[in-house]
Write a protein that binds this ligand. Structure first.
Ligand SMILES: NC(=O)C1=CN([C@@H]2O[C@H](COP(=O)(O)OP(=O)(O)OC[C@H]3O[C@@H](n4cnc5c(N)ncnc54)[C@H](O)[C@@H]3O)[C@@H](O)[C@H]2O)[C@@H](O)CC1
Ligand SMILES: [K+]
Length: 479
Protein backbone atom coordinates (compact mmCIF):
# COMPACT_ATOMS: atom_id res chain seq x y z
CA UNK A 1 0.00 0.00 0.00
CA UNK A 2 1.04 3.57 -0.54
CA UNK A 3 -0.64 5.57 2.19
CA UNK A 4 -1.51 9.26 2.07
CA UNK A 5 -2.26 11.61 4.95
CA UNK A 6 -3.99 14.93 5.08
CA UNK A 7 -1.83 18.04 5.36
CA UNK A 8 -2.86 18.71 8.97
CA UNK A 9 -1.70 15.22 9.95
CA UNK A 10 1.57 15.64 8.03
CA UNK A 11 2.20 18.93 9.78
CA UNK A 12 1.48 17.45 13.22
CA UNK A 13 3.92 14.59 12.58
CA UNK A 14 6.44 17.09 11.27
CA UNK A 15 6.13 19.22 14.42
CA UNK A 16 6.74 16.15 16.59
CA UNK A 17 9.81 15.20 14.54
CA UNK A 18 11.13 18.79 14.52
CA UNK A 19 10.87 18.98 18.30
CA UNK A 20 13.03 15.88 18.65
CA UNK A 21 15.69 16.75 16.08
CA UNK A 22 18.30 19.48 15.59
CA UNK A 23 17.03 22.45 13.53
CA UNK A 24 17.14 21.92 9.79
CA UNK A 25 17.36 18.13 9.97
CA UNK A 26 14.08 17.40 8.14
CA UNK A 27 14.83 19.83 5.33
CA UNK A 28 18.32 18.38 4.97
CA UNK A 29 16.85 14.90 4.74
CA UNK A 30 14.34 16.05 2.14
CA UNK A 31 17.10 17.69 0.09
CA UNK A 32 19.34 14.63 0.37
CA UNK A 33 16.57 12.45 -1.08
CA UNK A 34 15.83 14.97 -3.83
CA UNK A 35 19.51 15.26 -4.73
CA UNK A 36 19.85 11.50 -5.29
CA UNK A 37 16.70 11.40 -7.40
CA UNK A 38 17.75 14.42 -9.50
CA UNK A 39 21.22 12.96 -10.11
CA UNK A 40 19.65 9.66 -11.20
CA UNK A 41 17.26 11.49 -13.51
CA UNK A 42 20.10 13.43 -15.13
CA UNK A 43 22.17 10.28 -15.55
CA UNK A 44 19.25 8.37 -17.09
CA UNK A 45 18.06 11.14 -19.40
CA UNK A 46 21.40 12.68 -20.47
CA UNK A 47 24.05 10.08 -19.59
CA UNK A 48 25.86 12.37 -17.11
CA UNK A 49 25.43 14.55 -14.04
CA UNK A 50 28.38 16.97 -13.96
CA UNK A 51 28.14 19.60 -16.67
CA UNK A 52 24.37 19.25 -17.09
CA UNK A 53 22.01 22.20 -16.62
CA UNK A 54 19.33 22.38 -13.94
CA UNK A 55 16.85 25.13 -13.22
CA UNK A 56 15.42 25.21 -9.72
CA UNK A 57 12.19 27.12 -9.05
CA UNK A 58 12.01 28.28 -5.44
CA UNK A 59 9.01 29.91 -3.78
CA UNK A 60 8.76 31.67 -0.43
CA UNK A 61 8.16 28.72 1.87
CA UNK A 62 9.87 25.54 3.01
CA UNK A 63 9.09 23.90 -0.32
CA UNK A 64 11.40 26.49 -1.87
CA UNK A 65 13.86 25.78 0.96
CA UNK A 66 13.95 22.09 0.04
CA UNK A 67 14.56 23.07 -3.58
CA UNK A 68 17.39 25.51 -2.77
CA UNK A 69 19.22 23.01 -0.54
CA UNK A 70 18.90 20.47 -3.34
CA UNK A 71 20.26 23.08 -5.75
CA UNK A 72 23.33 23.41 -3.50
CA UNK A 73 23.90 19.65 -3.51
CA UNK A 74 23.54 19.44 -7.29
CA UNK A 75 25.97 22.35 -7.75
CA UNK A 76 28.50 20.48 -5.63
CA UNK A 77 28.12 17.56 -8.05
CA UNK A 78 29.15 19.86 -10.89
CA UNK A 79 25.68 20.58 -12.26
CA UNK A 80 25.24 24.13 -13.59
CA UNK A 81 22.30 25.29 -11.47
CA UNK A 82 20.20 28.41 -11.88
CA UNK A 83 17.69 29.16 -9.13
CA UNK A 84 14.73 31.30 -10.13
CA UNK A 85 13.02 32.85 -7.11
CA UNK A 86 9.29 32.91 -7.82
CA UNK A 87 8.19 34.95 -4.78
CA UNK A 88 9.34 38.26 -3.33
CA UNK A 89 11.17 36.40 -0.58
CA UNK A 90 12.95 33.07 -0.28
CA UNK A 91 14.04 30.70 2.49
CA UNK A 92 17.06 32.77 3.56
CA UNK A 93 19.40 30.14 5.04
CA UNK A 94 18.76 27.76 2.13
CA UNK A 95 19.35 30.56 -0.39
CA UNK A 96 22.64 31.45 1.29
CA UNK A 97 23.71 27.79 1.21
CA UNK A 98 22.82 27.56 -2.47
CA UNK A 99 24.77 30.69 -3.35
CA UNK A 100 27.82 29.50 -1.42
CA UNK A 101 27.72 26.25 -3.42
CA UNK A 102 27.82 28.20 -6.69
CA UNK A 103 24.13 28.32 -7.60
CA UNK A 104 23.23 31.40 -9.65
CA UNK A 105 20.09 32.75 -8.01
CA UNK A 106 17.91 35.60 -9.26
CA UNK A 107 14.29 36.69 -9.30
CA UNK A 108 11.87 35.12 -11.80
CA UNK A 109 11.36 37.34 -14.86
CA UNK A 110 8.60 37.34 -17.44
CA UNK A 111 9.60 34.95 -20.24
CA UNK A 112 11.63 32.67 -17.96
CA UNK A 113 9.61 29.75 -19.29
CA UNK A 114 12.26 29.59 -22.02
CA UNK A 115 15.03 29.48 -19.39
CA UNK A 116 13.23 26.49 -17.89
CA UNK A 117 12.66 24.84 -21.26
CA UNK A 118 16.38 24.96 -22.06
CA UNK A 119 17.40 23.04 -18.93
CA UNK A 120 18.03 19.30 -18.71
CA UNK A 121 16.20 19.17 -15.39
CA UNK A 122 13.61 21.42 -13.78
CA UNK A 123 13.09 21.15 -10.02
CA UNK A 124 9.73 22.54 -8.94
CA UNK A 125 9.87 24.11 -5.47
CA UNK A 126 7.39 26.92 -6.11
CA UNK A 127 4.91 25.73 -3.52
CA UNK A 128 4.19 22.50 -1.64
CA UNK A 129 1.62 21.56 0.97
CA UNK A 130 1.23 25.24 1.86
CA UNK A 131 -0.41 26.06 -1.47
CA UNK A 132 -3.23 25.31 -3.85
CA UNK A 133 -5.62 26.96 -6.24
CA UNK A 134 -3.44 26.68 -9.32
CA UNK A 135 -0.22 28.40 -10.36
CA UNK A 136 -0.11 32.15 -9.83
CA UNK A 137 -0.75 34.13 -13.08
CA UNK A 138 2.96 34.99 -13.50
CA UNK A 139 3.85 31.28 -13.66
CA UNK A 140 0.84 29.88 -15.47
CA UNK A 141 2.90 29.53 -18.65
CA UNK A 142 4.83 26.71 -16.93
CA UNK A 143 1.80 24.44 -17.31
CA UNK A 144 2.54 24.19 -21.04
CA UNK A 145 6.27 23.61 -20.60
CA UNK A 146 7.95 21.22 -23.00
CA UNK A 147 11.53 20.04 -22.70
CA UNK A 148 13.21 19.27 -19.39
CA UNK A 149 12.47 16.39 -17.08
CA UNK A 150 10.39 17.91 -14.29
CA UNK A 151 10.86 16.77 -10.69
CA UNK A 152 8.30 18.14 -8.24
CA UNK A 153 9.29 18.83 -4.65
CA UNK A 154 6.51 17.29 -2.52
CA UNK A 155 3.62 18.14 -4.87
CA UNK A 156 3.43 19.59 -8.38
CA UNK A 157 2.89 23.32 -7.85
CA UNK A 158 -0.69 24.42 -8.39
CA UNK A 159 -2.23 21.30 -6.80
CA UNK A 160 -4.01 21.34 -3.48
CA UNK A 161 -2.31 18.49 -1.59
CA UNK A 162 -5.47 17.44 0.24
CA UNK A 163 -7.74 16.68 -2.71
CA UNK A 164 -7.81 15.08 -6.12
CA UNK A 165 -9.64 18.07 -7.61
CA UNK A 166 -7.65 20.42 -9.84
CA UNK A 167 -8.76 24.05 -9.68
CA UNK A 168 -6.17 25.84 -11.83
CA UNK A 169 -3.02 25.50 -13.90
CA UNK A 170 -0.46 22.95 -12.66
CA UNK A 171 3.22 22.39 -13.40
CA UNK A 172 3.02 18.72 -14.38
CA UNK A 173 5.87 16.53 -13.15
CA UNK A 174 7.55 13.44 -14.54
CA UNK A 175 8.49 12.48 -11.02
CA UNK A 176 7.29 13.67 -7.63
CA UNK A 177 9.32 13.20 -4.47
CA UNK A 178 7.32 13.49 -1.29
CA UNK A 179 8.32 13.06 2.33
CA UNK A 180 7.34 10.57 5.03
CA UNK A 181 3.92 9.73 3.59
CA UNK A 182 2.07 10.58 0.39
CA UNK A 183 -0.57 13.33 0.18
CA UNK A 184 -4.12 12.62 -1.06
CA UNK A 185 -3.46 14.52 -4.31
CA UNK A 186 -0.78 11.98 -5.24
CA UNK A 187 -3.25 9.11 -5.21
CA UNK A 188 -6.55 10.65 -6.32
CA UNK A 189 -7.80 11.52 -9.80
CA UNK A 190 -7.43 13.84 -11.58
CA UNK A 191 -4.55 15.35 -9.53
CA UNK A 192 -2.55 12.11 -9.56
CA UNK A 193 -2.24 12.48 -13.33
CA UNK A 194 0.03 15.51 -12.83
CA UNK A 195 2.46 13.76 -10.44
CA UNK A 196 4.22 11.32 -12.75
CA UNK A 197 6.08 8.61 -10.87
CA UNK A 198 5.73 8.97 -7.11
CA UNK A 199 8.58 8.41 -4.67
CA UNK A 200 8.03 8.63 -0.91
CA UNK A 201 11.31 9.48 0.83
CA UNK A 202 11.72 8.46 4.46
CA UNK A 203 12.61 11.52 6.52
CA UNK A 204 11.80 9.98 9.90
CA UNK A 205 8.17 11.04 10.45
CA UNK A 206 6.46 8.87 13.06
CA UNK A 207 3.11 8.72 14.84
CA UNK A 208 0.96 9.21 11.77
CA UNK A 209 -2.75 8.48 12.28
CA UNK A 210 -4.93 6.33 9.98
CA UNK A 211 -4.36 7.36 6.38
CA UNK A 212 -6.84 9.44 4.38
CA UNK A 213 -6.24 7.45 1.19
CA UNK A 214 -4.52 4.11 0.49
CA UNK A 215 -3.33 2.99 -2.92
CA UNK A 216 -3.33 -0.77 -3.33
CA UNK A 217 -0.27 -2.06 -5.16
CA UNK A 218 0.06 -5.36 -7.06
CA UNK A 219 2.29 -6.70 -4.28
CA UNK A 220 -0.55 -6.22 -1.74
CA UNK A 221 -2.89 -8.24 -3.92
CA UNK A 222 -0.40 -11.12 -4.11
CA UNK A 223 -0.41 -11.33 -0.34
CA UNK A 224 -4.19 -11.18 0.03
CA UNK A 225 -5.73 -13.07 -2.91
CA UNK A 226 -7.34 -16.13 -1.40
CA UNK A 227 -5.63 -19.37 -2.41
CA UNK A 228 -7.23 -22.77 -1.80
CA UNK A 229 -5.79 -25.12 0.81
CA UNK A 230 -6.04 -28.92 1.05
CA UNK A 231 -9.23 -28.65 3.13
CA UNK A 232 -11.08 -26.54 0.56
CA UNK A 233 -13.94 -27.66 -1.65
CA UNK A 234 -15.84 -25.76 -4.29
CA UNK A 235 -18.23 -24.30 -1.72
CA UNK A 236 -15.59 -23.11 0.71
CA UNK A 237 -13.72 -21.50 -2.19
CA UNK A 238 -16.84 -19.52 -3.00
CA UNK A 239 -19.82 -19.89 -5.29
CA UNK A 240 -20.53 -16.89 -7.51
CA UNK A 241 -24.02 -16.26 -8.83
CA UNK A 242 -24.10 -14.23 -12.03
CA UNK A 243 -27.19 -12.32 -13.18
CA UNK A 244 -25.94 -10.78 -16.40
CA UNK A 245 -27.01 -10.32 -19.98
CA UNK A 246 -30.40 -10.79 -21.52
CA UNK A 247 -31.94 -11.59 -24.88
CA UNK A 248 -30.12 -8.66 -26.53
CA UNK A 249 -26.88 -8.33 -24.55
CA UNK A 250 -25.38 -11.79 -24.46
CA UNK A 251 -21.70 -10.85 -24.40
CA UNK A 252 -21.76 -9.39 -20.90
CA UNK A 253 -22.96 -12.73 -19.52
CA UNK A 254 -20.09 -14.60 -21.18
CA UNK A 255 -17.48 -12.04 -20.06
CA UNK A 256 -18.60 -11.82 -16.43
CA UNK A 257 -18.81 -15.61 -16.13
CA UNK A 258 -15.45 -16.15 -17.82
CA UNK A 259 -13.80 -13.62 -15.48
CA UNK A 260 -15.32 -15.17 -12.33
CA UNK A 261 -14.13 -18.63 -13.41
CA UNK A 262 -10.64 -17.37 -14.26
CA UNK A 263 -10.32 -15.44 -10.99
CA UNK A 264 -10.67 -18.67 -9.03
CA UNK A 265 -14.35 -19.08 -8.12
CA UNK A 266 -15.08 -22.54 -6.68
CA UNK A 267 -18.21 -22.62 -8.80
CA UNK A 268 -20.21 -20.22 -10.95
CA UNK A 269 -23.98 -20.26 -11.33
CA UNK A 270 -25.56 -18.38 -14.18
CA UNK A 271 -29.09 -17.03 -14.04
CA UNK A 272 -30.62 -15.65 -17.21
CA UNK A 273 -32.74 -16.36 -20.26
CA UNK A 274 -32.16 -19.19 -22.71
CA UNK A 275 -29.95 -17.62 -25.35
CA UNK A 276 -27.20 -16.22 -23.09
CA UNK A 277 -27.42 -19.40 -21.00
CA UNK A 278 -26.57 -21.46 -24.10
CA UNK A 279 -23.66 -19.17 -24.96
CA UNK A 280 -22.31 -19.29 -21.41
CA UNK A 281 -22.58 -23.11 -21.36
CA UNK A 282 -20.85 -23.35 -24.70
CA UNK A 283 -17.95 -21.20 -23.55
CA UNK A 284 -17.71 -22.57 -19.98
CA UNK A 285 -19.09 -26.08 -19.50
CA UNK A 286 -18.13 -25.83 -15.79
CA UNK A 287 -20.93 -23.34 -15.15
CA UNK A 288 -24.18 -24.44 -13.51
CA UNK A 289 -27.31 -22.79 -14.89
CA UNK A 290 -30.12 -22.00 -12.51
CA UNK A 291 -30.65 -21.07 -8.86
CA UNK A 292 -28.96 -22.55 -5.79
CA UNK A 293 -26.53 -21.73 -3.00
CA UNK A 294 -24.45 -18.60 -3.67
CA UNK A 295 -21.83 -16.76 -1.58
CA UNK A 296 -21.56 -13.62 -3.72
CA UNK A 297 -23.45 -12.16 -6.64
CA UNK A 298 -22.49 -10.40 -9.83
CA UNK A 299 -25.54 -8.37 -10.79
CA UNK A 300 -26.25 -6.22 -13.77
CA UNK A 301 -23.70 -6.48 -16.61
CA UNK A 302 -25.71 -6.34 -19.82
CA UNK A 303 -29.02 -6.38 -17.91
CA UNK A 304 -31.61 -4.04 -19.36
CA UNK A 305 -33.66 -1.91 -16.97
CA UNK A 306 -36.63 -3.03 -19.08
CA UNK A 307 -36.03 -6.76 -18.58
CA UNK A 308 -38.50 -7.70 -15.81
CA UNK A 309 -37.20 -11.25 -15.33
CA UNK A 310 -33.54 -10.29 -14.92
CA UNK A 311 -34.47 -7.27 -12.79
CA UNK A 312 -36.49 -9.55 -10.51
CA UNK A 313 -33.44 -11.81 -10.10
CA UNK A 314 -31.36 -8.74 -9.23
CA UNK A 315 -33.92 -7.64 -6.64
CA UNK A 316 -34.04 -11.09 -5.03
CA UNK A 317 -30.25 -11.33 -4.89
CA UNK A 318 -29.93 -7.91 -3.26
CA UNK A 319 -32.65 -8.76 -0.76
CA UNK A 320 -30.78 -11.94 0.23
CA UNK A 321 -28.16 -9.74 1.92
CA UNK A 322 -25.29 -11.73 0.38
CA UNK A 323 -22.29 -9.76 -0.88
CA UNK A 324 -22.88 -8.50 -4.40
CA UNK A 325 -21.26 -6.58 -7.21
CA UNK A 326 -23.90 -4.13 -8.40
CA UNK A 327 -23.02 -3.10 -11.94
CA UNK A 328 -24.54 -1.48 -15.04
CA UNK A 329 -28.23 -2.47 -15.35
CA UNK A 330 -28.48 -3.27 -11.64
CA UNK A 331 -27.55 0.31 -10.75
CA UNK A 332 -30.70 1.64 -12.38
CA UNK A 333 -33.08 0.63 -9.60
CA UNK A 334 -31.29 0.37 -6.28
CA UNK A 335 -33.33 -0.65 -3.26
CA UNK A 336 -33.34 1.54 -0.15
CA UNK A 337 -31.37 -0.86 2.01
CA UNK A 338 -27.85 -1.63 0.96
CA UNK A 339 -24.80 -2.38 3.08
CA UNK A 340 -21.03 -2.27 2.67
CA UNK A 341 -21.12 -5.87 1.36
CA UNK A 342 -22.85 -4.47 -1.74
CA UNK A 343 -20.22 -3.04 -4.05
CA UNK A 344 -21.56 -0.59 -6.62
CA UNK A 345 -19.25 -0.43 -9.65
CA UNK A 346 -20.32 2.57 -11.76
CA UNK A 347 -18.24 4.46 -14.27
CA UNK A 348 -18.40 8.26 -14.16
CA UNK A 349 -21.52 8.48 -16.35
CA UNK A 350 -23.44 5.93 -14.29
CA UNK A 351 -22.45 7.60 -11.03
CA UNK A 352 -23.53 10.97 -12.42
CA UNK A 353 -26.98 9.53 -13.22
CA UNK A 354 -27.16 7.95 -9.76
CA UNK A 355 -26.41 11.29 -8.09
CA UNK A 356 -28.35 13.45 -10.54
CA UNK A 357 -25.31 15.54 -11.50
CA UNK A 358 -23.31 16.14 -14.68
CA UNK A 359 -20.67 13.59 -15.64
CA UNK A 360 -18.10 16.42 -15.68
CA UNK A 361 -18.76 17.04 -11.98
CA UNK A 362 -17.95 13.41 -11.18
CA UNK A 363 -14.79 13.55 -13.28
CA UNK A 364 -13.68 16.81 -11.64
CA UNK A 365 -13.75 15.25 -8.16
CA UNK A 366 -14.26 11.48 -8.32
CA UNK A 367 -13.66 10.96 -4.60
CA UNK A 368 -16.30 13.51 -3.60
CA UNK A 369 -18.82 11.84 -5.91
CA UNK A 370 -18.00 8.30 -4.75
CA UNK A 371 -18.21 9.45 -1.14
CA UNK A 372 -21.62 11.02 -1.72
CA UNK A 373 -22.91 7.79 -3.30
CA UNK A 374 -21.58 5.78 -0.35
CA UNK A 375 -23.21 8.11 2.14
CA UNK A 376 -26.50 7.99 0.26
CA UNK A 377 -26.71 4.23 -0.25
CA UNK A 378 -24.64 2.69 2.55
CA UNK A 379 -22.94 0.54 -0.09
CA UNK A 380 -19.26 0.29 -0.92
CA UNK A 381 -18.68 2.34 -4.06
CA UNK A 382 -16.04 1.49 -6.63
CA UNK A 383 -15.83 4.27 -9.21
CA UNK A 384 -14.07 3.04 -12.35
CA UNK A 385 -11.55 5.21 -14.15
CA UNK A 386 -7.86 5.42 -15.02
CA UNK A 387 -7.55 5.76 -11.26
CA UNK A 388 -10.22 3.60 -9.65
CA UNK A 389 -11.59 5.06 -6.41
CA UNK A 390 -13.21 2.92 -3.71
CA UNK A 391 -15.12 4.31 -0.74
CA UNK A 392 -16.16 1.73 1.83
CA UNK A 393 -17.57 1.32 5.31
CA UNK A 394 -16.36 3.95 7.76
CA UNK A 395 -15.48 6.16 4.80
CA UNK A 396 -12.26 4.24 4.08
CA UNK A 397 -10.78 5.35 0.74
CA UNK A 398 -8.68 3.09 -1.48
CA UNK A 399 -7.43 3.56 -5.01
CA UNK A 400 -6.12 1.34 -7.78
CA UNK A 401 -3.97 2.66 -10.59
CA UNK A 402 -2.52 -0.40 -12.31
CA UNK A 403 -4.52 -0.28 -15.55
CA UNK A 404 -3.18 0.62 -19.01
CA UNK A 405 -5.17 3.15 -21.05
CA UNK A 406 -5.99 0.33 -23.51
CA UNK A 407 -8.36 -1.07 -20.88
CA UNK A 408 -10.93 1.58 -21.81
CA UNK A 409 -12.71 -0.91 -24.07
CA UNK A 410 -16.17 -2.46 -24.33
CA UNK A 411 -16.77 -5.28 -21.89
CA UNK A 412 -13.88 -4.43 -19.56
CA UNK A 413 -16.37 -3.54 -16.81
CA UNK A 414 -18.10 -6.92 -17.17
CA UNK A 415 -14.73 -8.59 -16.60
CA UNK A 416 -14.05 -6.51 -13.50
CA UNK A 417 -17.48 -7.45 -12.15
CA UNK A 418 -16.67 -11.15 -12.59
CA UNK A 419 -13.24 -10.88 -10.97
CA UNK A 420 -14.70 -8.96 -8.04
CA UNK A 421 -17.56 -11.45 -7.64
CA UNK A 422 -15.06 -14.29 -7.29
CA UNK A 423 -13.05 -12.29 -4.75
CA UNK A 424 -16.10 -11.39 -2.65
CA UNK A 425 -17.22 -15.04 -2.61
CA UNK A 426 -13.76 -16.21 -1.52
CA UNK A 427 -13.15 -13.56 1.15
CA UNK A 428 -16.44 -13.15 3.03
CA UNK A 429 -14.81 -12.00 6.26
CA UNK A 430 -12.72 -9.16 4.84
CA UNK A 431 -13.51 -5.49 4.30
CA UNK A 432 -15.34 -5.42 0.93
CA UNK A 433 -13.60 -2.13 0.10
CA UNK A 434 -10.20 -3.85 0.28
CA UNK A 435 -11.49 -6.82 -1.71
CA UNK A 436 -12.89 -4.43 -4.33
CA UNK A 437 -9.64 -2.48 -4.65
CA UNK A 438 -7.69 -5.74 -4.91
CA UNK A 439 -9.95 -6.89 -7.75
CA UNK A 440 -9.47 -3.59 -9.59
CA UNK A 441 -5.69 -3.88 -9.25
CA UNK A 442 -5.69 -7.48 -10.53
CA UNK A 443 -7.99 -6.48 -13.40
CA UNK A 444 -5.57 -3.71 -14.38
CA UNK A 445 -2.60 -6.00 -14.01
CA UNK A 446 -4.25 -8.62 -16.24
CA UNK A 447 -4.96 -5.92 -18.80
CA UNK A 448 -1.32 -4.84 -18.75
CA UNK A 449 -0.23 -8.43 -19.30
CA UNK A 450 -2.75 -9.02 -22.09
CA UNK A 451 -1.98 -5.72 -23.75
CA UNK A 452 1.84 -5.83 -23.76
CA UNK A 453 1.59 -2.22 -24.88
CA UNK A 454 -1.03 -2.79 -27.60
CA UNK A 455 -4.82 -3.00 -27.99
CA UNK A 456 -6.83 -5.53 -26.00
CA UNK A 457 -10.30 -7.01 -26.04
CA UNK A 458 -12.18 -7.63 -22.81
CA UNK A 459 -12.07 -11.41 -23.22
CA UNK A 460 -8.27 -11.22 -23.48
CA UNK A 461 -8.25 -9.56 -20.07
CA UNK A 462 -10.42 -12.29 -18.51
CA UNK A 463 -8.21 -14.99 -20.00
CA UNK A 464 -5.09 -13.29 -18.68
CA UNK A 465 -6.26 -13.26 -15.05
CA UNK A 466 -4.61 -16.56 -13.94
CA UNK A 467 -1.24 -15.62 -15.47
CA UNK A 468 -1.60 -12.11 -14.05
CA UNK A 469 -2.09 -13.51 -10.56
CA UNK A 470 1.05 -15.64 -10.70
CA UNK A 471 3.06 -12.77 -12.16
CA UNK A 472 2.18 -10.35 -9.35
CA UNK A 473 5.23 -9.12 -7.47
CA UNK A 474 5.33 -11.05 -4.21
CA UNK A 475 3.43 -14.10 -5.54
CA UNK A 476 5.43 -17.18 -4.43
CA UNK A 477 8.36 -14.97 -3.52
CA UNK A 478 8.54 -13.16 -6.87
CA UNK A 479 10.59 -9.93 -6.64
N1 LIG B 1 5.79 18.71 6.36
C1 LIG B 1 6.94 18.03 6.36
O1 LIG B 1 7.02 16.96 6.92
C2 LIG B 1 8.10 18.60 5.68
C3 LIG B 1 7.94 19.67 4.83
N2 LIG B 1 8.92 20.11 4.06
C4 LIG B 1 8.62 21.06 3.00
O2 LIG B 1 7.88 22.15 3.45
C5 LIG B 1 6.81 22.39 2.57
C6 LIG B 1 5.74 23.17 3.25
O3 LIG B 1 6.30 24.43 3.53
P1 LIG B 1 5.45 25.73 3.87
O4 LIG B 1 4.52 25.45 4.95
O5 LIG B 1 6.42 26.81 4.06
O6 LIG B 1 4.56 25.92 2.58
P2 LIG B 1 4.93 26.02 1.04
O7 LIG B 1 6.37 26.19 0.83
O8 LIG B 1 4.26 24.89 0.38
O9 LIG B 1 4.15 27.32 0.55
C7 LIG B 1 4.07 28.48 1.32
C8 LIG B 1 4.12 29.72 0.46
O10 LIG B 1 3.52 29.55 -0.80
C9 LIG B 1 2.60 30.61 -1.07
N3 LIG B 1 1.56 30.05 -1.96
C10 LIG B 1 0.37 29.52 -1.63
N4 LIG B 1 -0.27 29.07 -2.74
C11 LIG B 1 0.54 29.36 -3.79
C12 LIG B 1 0.44 29.16 -5.18
N5 LIG B 1 -0.64 28.58 -5.72
N6 LIG B 1 1.45 29.55 -5.97
C13 LIG B 1 2.54 30.12 -5.44
N7 LIG B 1 2.69 30.34 -4.12
C14 LIG B 1 1.71 29.96 -3.30
C15 LIG B 1 2.15 31.03 0.29
O11 LIG B 1 1.71 32.35 0.26
C16 LIG B 1 3.41 30.88 1.12
O12 LIG B 1 4.23 31.98 1.00
C17 LIG B 1 6.44 21.01 2.10
O13 LIG B 1 5.67 21.00 0.94
C18 LIG B 1 7.80 20.38 1.93
O14 LIG B 1 8.33 20.68 0.66
C19 LIG B 1 10.27 19.54 4.08
O15 LIG B 1 11.17 20.59 4.38
C20 LIG B 1 10.47 18.40 4.97
C21 LIG B 1 9.43 18.05 5.95
K1 LIG C 1 6.31 21.91 -5.62
Amino acid sequence: MIVAHRVEDVRAAERAALAALPAGTLMDRAAAALDVVCADVLRESTGAVAGRRAVVLAGAGDNGGDALLTAARLARRGVAVTALLTADRAHAPALATARRAGVRARAWRAGDESTCAAADLLLDGIVGIGGGGGLRPAHEGLSALDGPVVVAVDVPSGLDADTGAVTGEVLAADLTVTFGTARPAHLLAPAAGFCGRLLVADIGLADLPAPAVERVEPRDVAGRWRRPGPADDKYSRGVVGVVAGGPDYTGAAVLAVEAAVRAGAGMVRYLGPGHPTELVRHRRPEVVAGPGRVQAWVLGPGVSPEDPEQQERVRAALASGEPAVVDAGALAALPGTLGPQHVLTPHAGELARLLGVERAAVEADPLAAARRAHERTGATVLLKGSVTTVVGGGGRVLTAASAPDWLATAGAGDVLAGVLGAALAARPDEDPAVVAADAAVLHGWAATLASAGGPIAALDVAEAVPAALTSLPGWDGRP
